[in-house]
Ligand binder design. Structure first.
Ligand SMILES: Cc1cc2nc3c(=O)[nH]c(=O)nc-3n(C[C@H](O)[C@H](O)[C@H](O)COP(=O)(O)OP(=O)(O)OC[C@H]3O[C@@H](n4cnc5c(N)ncnc54)[C@H](O)[C@@H]3O)c2cc1C
Ligand code: SF4
Length: 532
């Protein structure tokens, strides 16, 4: 395994004037995967990554220290009635900055979309206040790409990779779930090696997964896709290179990307095609920031959809305190899953479904999730129960709404002089019904496992940032087509979760990776035919 650096490989460099390269903005799940897939096909790639390049040995087993080191701290603000806005107005999202993107920070749960989730509008019908559409692709079409994504990432419980061992949280959670009457209960599929594989170690179950996995058992593009791409000799990664805007010529064709390097010097990298994978909010922001007289509302925005229909998953989180110790910090961070509630069942009063999983955190995150900035007698009592505590998370499908959008602040600027993004987050009424229902289910699991105290935790910043440049069959309904290619500009692609037409009941990243593999096939095929 490489440690995130590629000391063995003489890294190729491309001239800024080289207009034969594909420029990818962002090196996380979408961008890092796409870079490797294209480079393996002999396509020349330049990856612009705003954050630094770390070594695996730089990760710290300290939850607050890791948060400070990895998180995207550039300014953004939020509006809307979501409880997230009330609690975290200036930090509504949680993502990472640096080579590897949020795959450094993520937990690794790897869940496929279900068939009905690609046909949300057809399945749920008209849901007032939403802008639901069907995806222009089906589960059947995605199946081979899900297989390839799982094989690439080494997803436990798939393709011969055994499930992870049952940690204490897994045992408590699955015991409670079965006693509560659930039948689709198992270990979760995680992009974490349960056995040594692909030059990486097996998970040693020490539970620092969201701090950056120091053993490399958890898949991150930092030490998988990126070094593999570089080893081909077709990929150059430029860390600390923040893309500011995308350039086009008089006929509207994309010609390059303006970016600023670590010294504050601006450059223009010429490009044959540009693929944006900046994690939803930044992806929309770059397109909006690239407005010109030719495209006054920003790039790829003829239909007015750039920034709209942002989604984040419904998130509900509860703790149970038990008479006997659980020691939730030991083992993989979110083991165990209940799938019984993931199907669509209109009688519950909300569209779509949700998954329930176990969660075990270290003491610093435990305190922060319990009550950020908490203080006083009751808070102390709950903290005292730490060793006897087990967490349960419910993650559900939220609805796309046009008003949930990314816009540019009219006056506030960031360190690069770019307008700060403003994220509007409203909760659709059905999300509130879903959250209340999910709370009851999670409570039942914890009580069935023997918890003597149940604590409902407040919301947290969005770790799943999706939509805002959605794919659509009709150009009027979205930003890009079934390949992530923008409807307006043939050599401009959306390559991250911004493409999502609607959301699913669970985690998005496996689908982001599967879409990136699929997009690489399309780009390679059509570049070869000289179509862009
Ligand atoms: C704590 C946590 C736990 C999570 N757990 C899970 C999980 O268990 N399962 C799951 O499926 N998902 C999980 N996620 C979400 C998952 O990490 C993301 O869905 C995924 O990484 C998104 O991929 P991406 O390519 O869109 O963006 P990212 O992986 O975030 O990569 C985007 C990259 O683009 C860079 N960038 C942005 N703007 C620019 C610019 N202008 N110029 C240059 N570079 C730029 C950023 O620095 C970043 O490195 C978790 C997230 C967090 C924060
Ligand atoms: S528990 Fe496993 S996946 Fe998590 S940090 Fe440790 S080795 Fe990595």
């Amino acid at each position: 395994m490489t440690d995130g650096h590629n000391d063995d490989v003489a890294s190729i460099t491309f001239e800024n004037s080289d207009d034969s390269v594909v420029v990818i903005i962002g090196s996380g799940a979408g961008g890092g995967t796409l870079a490797n897939e294209l480079a393996q096909k002999g396509i020349r790639v330049v990856v612009l990554e705003a954050g630094p390049r770390r070594k695996i040995t730089d990760f710290v087993n300290d939850e607050h220290g890791a948060y400070d080191m990895l998180t995207w701290h550039d300014r953004r603000t939020s509006t809307g009635n979501s409880p997230v806005v009330e609690k975290f107005k200036e930090a509504p999202t949680w993502l990472a900055k640096g080579v590897g993107g949020t795959t450094q920070h993520w937990a690794g749960q790897a869940v496929r979309f279900q068939e009905h989730e690609f046909r949300a509008r057809t399945t749920y019908g008209h849901v007032s206040g939403t802008s639901l559409i069907d995806w222009p692709i089906s589960l059947e079409e995605m199946l081979p790409f899900y297989d390839r994504a799982e094989q690439k990432m080494g997803v436990s419980g798939t393709h011969g990779m055994p499930h992870l061992p049952e940690s204490n949280v897994a045992k408590v959670f699955m015991y409670g779930a079965r006693r509560a009457g659930y039948t689709k209960v198992s270990q979760i599929n995680a992009a974490v090696n349960s056995i040594p594989r692909d030059g990486r170690n097996a998970c040693d179950q020490i539970g620092f997964c969201m701090q950056g996995c120091k053993s490399g058992a958890k898949w991150s593009t930092l030490y998988t896709e990126i070094p593999m791409a570089e080893a081909t000799g077709y990929c150059e990664v430029r860390p600390e290179s923040m893309a500011l805007e995308i350039q086009h010529n008089d006929s509207g064709r994309i010609t390059g990307v303006t970016y600023v390097d670590r010294s504050g010097i601006q450059h223009v990298q010429k490009a044959r095609a540009v693929c944006i994978a900046g994690n939803s909010v930044e992806t929309s922001r770059i397109l909006l920031n690239s407005a010109t007289p030719h495209f006054p509302d920003g790039l790829a925005n003829t239909a007015g959809h750039v920034g709209r229909n942002y989604m984040r998953n419904m998130f509900a989180f509860l703790y149970g305190i038990f008479d006997r110790p659980v020691n939730m910090h030991r083992g993989y961070v979110c083991p165990g899953i209940v799938r019984d509630e993931s199907e669509h069942n209109a009688s519950r009063g909300f569209p779509g479904g949700f998954y329930l999983t176990g969660l075990g955190l270290g003491l610093p995150y435990h305190a922060a999730f319990l009550d950020p900035g908490g203080w006083g007698k009751e808070f102390s009592r709950l903290i005292e129960g730490y060793q006897h505590t087990c967490g349960v998370v419910a993650l559900g499908e939220d609805m796309p709404m046009e008003s949930n959008n990314v816009t540019l602040h009219p006056t506030d600027k960031d360190q690069h002089g770019l307008p700060v993004p403003v994220l509007n987050m409203d909760s659709h009424p059905t999300e509130i019904i879903l959250r209340n229902y999910a709370h009851k289910c999670a409570t039942k699991i914890l009580e069935s496992a023997g918890a003597n105290t149940i604590i409902e935790c407040p919301p947290m910043p969005s770790t799943h940032n999706l939509g805002a440049c959605r794919m659509s069959e009709k150009p009027d309904d979205g930003v890009c087509n079934r390949w992530g290619q923008t409807h307006d500009i043939s050599n401009l692609f959306i390559s991250d979760g911004s493409q999502f037409s609607s959301n699913n009941a669970g985690n998005p990243t496996l689908t982001i990776v599967a879409l990136a593999i699929r997009q690489a096939e399309y780009i390679a095929g059509h570049m070869g035919n000289n179509e862009f």
